[in-house]
Design a protein around this ligand. Structure first.
Ligand code: PLP
Length: 427
């Protein structure tokens, strides 16, 4: 970076520092434009975006179809609240429920709101359908989870930063180790008559892209069925093509999440979507379930001023059409294989610096062979930025790589060349 450019970036960083709460620790890069898998900073420097706003930008930055839809709908009608009907909501609800194969959807805005909605829905079902005594409902969650930032959600976080000094905490949650079928079996066998649900991420993204065994999700779902407990899948980060299937709970079914039979599909009772549901242009989340569950929520019992607004509905429908039309799920699956092959070569060559690569589709992580307290991964990401690729460490020594799914094979190789260059320089 040149001196003047550096100043320009520093100007924006200083403004944030002086006037904004310090609840993030961003890389010192100030972005001002994006297109497809690229972003540009205020100095005009181009980068591959390998974070994709935590997988919200699966369809690529500023996708023309999604942006046009956003602008057009904003000009026509942006918000009515749910006190009145609007002419976008029903169309979107039909489209979304058909797309994912559920009877009903409850529209919200952010991911955390989606999770909150799922928790409320699950508890209410527990009392009114399963017959759990008042205020006794329990929900089983997994260690190292990430489901958002509300007071209730952080109540069952195991991250001291997310949780510390925010108590008193919401009761009614029990934690079992992630990926451990036996632990789940034991938890569900303990007074199952008061367990309303199990809430899991099919892959733990924030925790560092932890991929459980292939049979974990189907087995947890089967255990839930056995005990009349709702299986709730948080696919906010893993869903909508990211892992090479439309939903991660589709597993490795070769239908790419688009088959009718859904042979290996583990169907959750409640599905939570967010992030890429709008292609990163607008906060849109959704909770899907069938009638016997969704019908427990009646008028006045849950809602959101912005949930289901016309802009959100138009944008989300377009964003899902883009996923299908551009075959982004298939691209994620194929390029994920290429990416992990390229990274595995580096891991094999530089074991002193790199421990392993893991992931599914284009949700992958490279684990740095150093303690989580070390600065190695952070410095690695600074060097990547210097060479034109943006990624961020999670939990100290893990670097998540999740480019927009519109990336081409040639672009992916160029990005891998950048990573390889930095690895060679740091090894
Ligand atoms: C990002 C995320 C959330 C929270 O979504 P927000 O839109 O940030 O509230 C919840 N669950 C998972 C798995 C996520 O990745």
């Amino acid at each position: 970076m040149t001196e003047t450019n550096n100043k320009t970036a520093q100007y924006h960083i200083d403004l944030e520092d002086q006037h904004g709460a310090h609840n993030y620790h961003p890389l010192p890069v100030v972005l001002s434009e994006g297109k497809g898998c690229y972003v540009w900073d205020v100095t005009g420097k181009q980068y591959f975006d390998f974070l994709s706003a935590y997988s919200a930008v699966n369809q690529g930055h500023c996708h023309p179809r999604i942006v046009d839809t956003l602008v057009e709908q904003s000009r026509k009608l942006s918000l009515t609240s749910r006190a009145f009907h609007n002419d976008r909501l029903g169309e979107y609800e039909r489209y979304l429920t058909k797309y994912f194969g559920f009877d009903k959807v409850l529209p919200m805005n952010t991911g955390a709101e989606g999770v909150e909605t799922a928790i409320k829905l699950c508890r209410k079902w527990g009392y009114e359908k399963k017959g759990i005594p008042t205020d006794q409902a329990r929900i089983i969650v997994c260690g190292q989870n990430f489901h958002g930032r509300t007071t209730t959600i952080i109540s069952f976080s195991s991250d001291p930063d997310a949780k510390g000094s925010f108590g008193p905490y919401t009761p009614g949650f029990e934690t079992v180790p992630y990926g451990d079928v036996e632990a789940m079996r034991t938890a569900l066998a303990n007074q199952p008559e008061t367990i309303a649900g199990v809430l899991v991420e099919p892959i733990q993204g924030e925790a560092g892209v932890f991929v459980p065994g292939e049979d974990y999700i189907p087995q947890v779902a089967a255990l839930c069925r056995e005990h009349n407990v709702l299986f709730i899948a948080d696919e906010i980060q893993t869903g909508i093509g990211r892992t090479g299937a439309l939903l991660r709970i589709c597993g490795d079914c070769s239908c790419q999440g688009h088959c009718e039979q859904q042979a290996t599909y583990t169907r959750p009772d409640i599905l939570i979507l967010g992030k890429a549901l709008s292609g990163g242009t607008y906060p849109v989340s959704a909770v899907l379930a069938d009638d016997p569950i969704m019908e427990v929520i009646k008028p006045g019992q849950h809602g959101s001023t912005f949930g289901g607004n016309p802009v959100a509905c138009a944008v989300a429908q377009e964003a899902l059409e883009v996923i299908r039309d551009e075959k982004l799920t298939q691209n994620a699956r194929q390029l994920g294989i290429v990416f992990r092959q390229r990274m595995q070569e580096l891991v094999d060559q530089y074991p002193a610096l790199l421990s392993l690569v893991r992931g599914k589709g284009l949700l992958n992580a490279l684990v740095i062979n150093d303690s989580p307290d070390s600065k190695t991964a952070w410095n690695f990401c600074l060097a990547l930025a210097e060479h034109g690729l943006l990624a961020k460490p999670t939990h100290g020594n893990i670097i998540r790589f999740a480019p927009p799914l519109v990336i081409s094979e040639q672009e992916l190789h160029e990005a891998c060349d950048i990573i390889a260059k930095v690895v060679r320089a740091m090894a």
